[in-house]
Design a protein around this ligand. Structure first.
Ligand SMILES: [Zn+2]
Length: 489
């Protein structure tokens, strides 16, 4: 009897409640605004918004102005729109030397330094066949192992395969050789490695990036050094009795990166102290190797698209605020390893327990106008079925995308779920999903330009994210977290 009464009570309250939710103000989001914001943000004047450069700081100032114009109030540190943090950069210096016998190789044009480390090695060479079996059998302790690169056993069905191949090949042998006590790894480029050389050089010369708690050791610790040499060195390396003499010298320095944080306050006396966090990243890849005449990586889709969407969503909240507060975090340094979101997730400017959900968007303006993906929407990535249900309902009520089912699978070769700013929040146990129109052939190239965005698609994605946020802002219950979630790829 008692139970039945409670049931009736709940049924009643949910009816009463759904009548009190106002309709989302989708009309406040316009294609015109999205397009204008996106063109400005992905223009050549920001030089590709690379983290740890003045260009990122410049675009962050622009974003803060736009946030203010859209009606946000500051929600960063000390009453500002900004949350600065230190980026650690570890970079191989030009004092690095690589010699075999008396033959000295020119840095970057004749030898690539594939491991950012501080170590000095003198060791005899040992040429080994390119198989795991051969490497396992060989006596490599104290030797500089020479191996010819090979694509065999490495799947090329991933984006930017040319650019990722040298890393994937090295990864396949590095830990095994290091654990067996090899002194160094020298990889001789195969045909594909030669093709990749000019593409990986800008990554290797830039170095590696970290943040407090992650790659923050100074100096960067000594590890087994790894190198790439050109294919024309193969016969010499096989036959020479000379030793390797290498000294890799890396330096570490810190410079500022920044999250831009704003909010539109909720109107419910109690619920306004809870937050729906809209997440995107402001940085991209800067100026790098040319494609045709263009060397500026403007990142229109990646991720000016979500930044423009967040400004649009803020305009809608400004005209019609929700019960809870809408919090907007434009993360810095995403492309350098999800650094801004890692920082914000561990140093939030609002109490962590009051962030009820994170709606992250990354690359939301390309591909089929009727399709989209919601990552974190199925096991083992899903961390809140309540949140996923709300996002799906928002899709049904709004843009009605046909939802992709492949990209969220743990065996998908891109592991895309692990590659954007919701991840540090997932690791904190905060309900989070990732909205995306997924990768395309112009991803991370200078062709990711404003004119290649589908603005109807971008508008539909913005509407979807806004409708999801709107429900979260106004529902009485906050989404619950699931106990078991995959946190690493
Ligand atoms: Zn991105």
């Amino acid at each position: 009897m008692k139970n039945k009464l409670i049931l009736i009570f709940f049924a009643f309250s949910s009816v009463a409640f759904s009548q009190t939710i106002k309709k989302p103000l989708v009309s406040a989001i316009t294609v015109k605004d999205l397009k204008s914001d996106l063109y400005q943000m992905a223009g050549d004047h920001f030089n590709g918004r690379e983290a740890g450069t003045l260009d990122e700081l410049k675009v962050s100032m622009w974003l803060a102005d736009k946030a203010k114009e859209a009606g946000m109030s500051p929600a960063g540190d000390d009453g500002t729109f900004f949350q600065f943090f230190d980026l650690y950069r570890h970079q191989v210096t030009s004092n690095t030397k690589f010699k075999i016998g008396q033959k000295e190789y020119k840095l970057w044009s004749e030898v690539l330094i594939a491991e950012t480390t501080n170590s000095r090695v003198e060791a005899p060479l040992l040429f080994i066949d390119t198989t795991i079996d051969a490497v396992e059998k060989a006596e490599v302790k104290g030797k500089a192992v020479v191996i010819l690169a090979s694509k065999e056993g490495i799947s090329d069905e991933i984006s930017l395969f040319d650019r990722r191949y040298p890393g994937l090949f090295k990864q396949k042998y590095y830990e095994l050789l290091a654990s067996k006590g090899a002194a160094a790894l020298i990889i001789v480029a195969d045909e594909l490695g030669e093709k990749s050389w000019s593409q990986v050089e800008p990554q290797m010369t830039r170095g590696i990036y970290g943040i407090e708690g992650n790659r923050d050791k100074i100096p960067v610790p000594a590890r087994m050094p790894a190198f790439w040499l050109h294919n024309d060195q193969l016969e010499f390396l096989k036959n020479t009795k000379e030793h390797l003499l290498a000294e890799v010298i890396s330096e570490t320095y810190k410079y500022p990166s920044v999250n831009v944080v704003g909010k539109i306050e909720g109107i419910d006396v109690k619920l306004k102290n809870e937050y729906v966090l809209f997440s995107g990243h402001q940085d991209h890849d800067g100026v790098r190797q040319k494609y045709g005449q263009d060397s500026i990586y403007n990142g229109a889709d990646d991720n000016a698209s979500m930044c423009a969407a967040m400004l649009g969503i803020a305009r809608a909240y400004k005209k019609q605020p929700g019960k809870r507060t809408a919090l907007f975090v434009f993360h810095g340094s995403e492309e350098r390893g999800l650094l801004g979101s890692s920082w914000y997730a561990s140093h939030p400017t609002v109490p962590e327990k009051d962030i009820i959900a994170v709606l992250n968007g990354d690359m939301i303006g390309r591909n089929d106008v009727n399709q989209a993906a919601l990552l974190g929407s199925s096991a083992p990535h899903e961390n809140s079925s309540d949140l996923v249900a709300i996002a799906k309902r928002a899709n049904d009520e709004g843009p009605k995308f046909e939802l992709d089912k492949l990209w969220d699978k743990p065996e998908h070769p891109e592991y895309f779920f692990f590659r954007s700013d919701h991840i540090p929040y997932v690791r904190k146990g905060i309900p989070a999903v990732f909205f995306t129109s997924v990768l395309h052939s112009q991803y991370h190239t200078p062709m990711d330009e404003s004119e290649n965005i589908d603005y109807v698609k971008l508008h539909k994605m913005t509407e979807w994210i806004y409708r999801t946020g709107w429900m979260l802002s106004n529902e009485t219950e906050r989404p619950k977290i699931l106990p078991k979630v995959k946190l690493e790829r």
